[in-house]
Ligand binder design. Sequence first.
Ligand SMILES: Cc1cc2nc3c(=O)[nH]c(=O)nc-3n(C[C@H](O)[C@H](O)[C@H](O)COP(=O)(O)OP(=O)(O)OC[C@H]3O[C@@H](n4cnc5c(N)ncnc54)[C@H](O)[C@@H]3O)c2cc1C
Ligand code: SF4
Length: 347
Amino acid sequence: MIMEILRQPTAYAVQCKDEALLIKSTSGGVFGTLAHHILESDGIVYGAAYEEDYYSVRHIEADNHEKLTKLFGSKYTLSQIGDAYKRTADRLKERRRVLFSGTPCQIAGLYRFLSRSSFGEGQTSSPPRVGNKLLITCDLVCHGTVDPKIYESYIKWLEQKHGAKVTAYMFRSKRNGWKTMTAEARFANGKTYVRRCDADPYYHAFLTNLSLRECCGDCKYSRIPRQGDLSLGDFWGVDKERPEWFDDKGLSVVLANTVKGQALLEECREQFRLFERVEISIPSRYNNLEHGSALASDSKEYQRVFHEEGFEAASRKYVSIPYKTRIREAVAPFLPRKVYSLLRKMF
Ligand SMILES: Cc1cc2nc3c(=O)[nH]c(=O)nc-3n(C[C@H](O)[C@H](O)[C@H](O)COP(=O)(O)OP(=O)(O)OC[C@H]3O[C@@H](n4cnc5c(N)ncnc54)[C@H](O)[C@@H]3O)c2cc1C
Ligand code: SF4
């Protein structure tokens, strides 16, 4: 059967050939490569995009290459599903091929939605699979997502600090390389904001599990067996493990969880510069393939202060960014890359 679940997922290290796509993508540009391929075969793609004002993220339908670019890049907040499940069901009824991407819980939600509609009704296997060879699902190795209200307040906080609307935002700008997780915002008045993850209050709270949603601390979906036909993540540790593959432009780890997922990867093989089978040790490197993130002990307090006093107050009380880091990051945009790297080593 074409949607058969593989007993043990097969893991690959993958990087796309397309340099322009790679720079816009978080890791190795695998999602974009698969998505372009689906569009070329008259298919439809669903995934998370920023709203025009950058105050929220929601799942949208991409039926052309221009819309597809909105889906590229990780957005570290909850993406609202809206009518994306219903639209997926409609497209499948039209016999269109669909690539649906999202967090593991969103993929589980999609299968639940479809199993209640006319597709695969009555199927109860775990994870539930819909008997439709036109649908391919792609989940993410998931650290967790942040309450959209906190995210919205963060963007408004940035706007207040810079005196203008945000016109572009990236959680994983590659201007300092892939390995250095860097946030980058652009503003209507021409200003830019560039901060390494440990120097940005929102990013810091996300990575230290202060601001994750409560349900993420008790996640039933971040584990094997995976929810999607494919699972995508960052190939952390490649610089030490396989230095010959490391160029700091982004490398993905991809799990093929089903025969259908494996087949899609094979269809796109020519588009990958690197496509190597790897053995991955779980959970040592990929905790979030095995279980959800444990919430920080003061997560409840951080969120209470956020709701009562706002983003700045919660950040001031619970996010401790060392003084040296703040200075280093504030001057970073004005420094040549080599000087910045030297500063990072020193501080
Ligand atoms: C909230 C979140 C947490 C993550 N945590 C980890 C982690 O701990 N470890 C790890 O190795 N990888 C993690 N990832 C995955 C990783 O960051 C890359 O998204 C993944 O490797 C795909 O990269 P890419 O270059 O192939 O494509 P990209 O173009 O970067 O992929 C973008 C894809 O991610 C989807 N997406 C983006 N934001 C969201 C969102 N908020 N909700 C649902 N879908 C979204 C888009 O729809 C699109 O399909 C996380 C991603 C997200 C969104
Ligand atoms: S950690 Fe679990 S519950 Fe939270 S967004 Fe990821 S898959 Fe969903």
